[in-house]
Design a protein around this ligand. Sequence first.
Ligand SMILES: [Fe+2]
Ligand SMILES: [Fe+2]
Length: 344
Amino acid sequence: MQQTPGPETPAQGTPAQETPVQGTPSEEAPDSVNMSAFEDTIARDQRIEPRDWMPDAYRATLVRQIAQHAHSEIIGMQPEGEWITRAPSLRRKAILFAKVQDEAGHGLYLYSAAETLGADRTDLTQRLIDGRQKYSSIFNYPTRTFADVGVIGWFVDGAAICNQVPLCRTSYGPYGRAMVRVCKEESFHQRQGYELLLTMMRGTDAQRAMVQDAVDRWWWPSLMMFGPPDDDSPNSARSMAWKIKRHTNDELRQRFVDMTVPQAEKLGVILPDPDLKWNEERGHHDFSTPDWDELKRVVSGDGPCNAERVARRRAAHEEGAWVRRAAVAHAAKRTARLREGAVA
Ligand SMILES: [Fe+2]
Ligand SMILES: [Fe+2]
């Protein structure tokens, strides 16, 4: 694998016997020796675990990425959550309820993974509601009709699967293991969305028009979910070298397009890109360039719903303060009772 450049990279020929055994505490070892063990673990496609030495920049990159991912899961509950009370049947309500609840669970696995790196969950939440940490740009778009629930499942959870399946093999153990369970649930999310759309497409003209309208509005923001193009993604190369990321933004975007085109044909909707066509030579679909200025605007806080999403999250956090206080008081009482029992 490509060696990570930097001042801590050991000189070639560092004696092998100086490399600490994987997983042993290594505070006393020089950083150059620890770096060599770290790079060796990455090169052998093995996992870095919380107890292992890791470069500060690797830890910081992971905390940032996992926190953004966790925030996206939690904020991502809002656009669809708005439709729980308005779902057209009890069956759809139960499915949507389960799906939104899953997203809360994904957030919890991910905050726990960030905690194994020394991050503090209260601090991460504060950073989200202060606007100091980001979440996926896709959740700053409004859900106008119930067809949006289906299209989010199909596109947004589909894009999440493209992103997250390779993350099951990411180099940091707790993050990769969290992704295994998350991906199973994302697969259910995508299918429920597609099944909902199939049902609507077999319905009335008005329902078909509603699906097409939702497809038109969500297609481009979904392509933007994979992040900026590779030549404008400064941290990608280092994340690839550390095997945090396994594929570039553009590779994942292409995979998503290739996966979605036949599904759109089967569904009977038109993806809103006149230049979308199969390229025999490349063995992939060609497609137009997304509006990267729009992505920059939405990421920097100027999307249709940024203020609303963060305000809702802040209000939920403040309204939930008494639950956190009660949980802490309950835990303290329980600990005291256990201690009394131990003494008696
Ligand atoms: Fe999720
Ligand atoms: Fe999901």
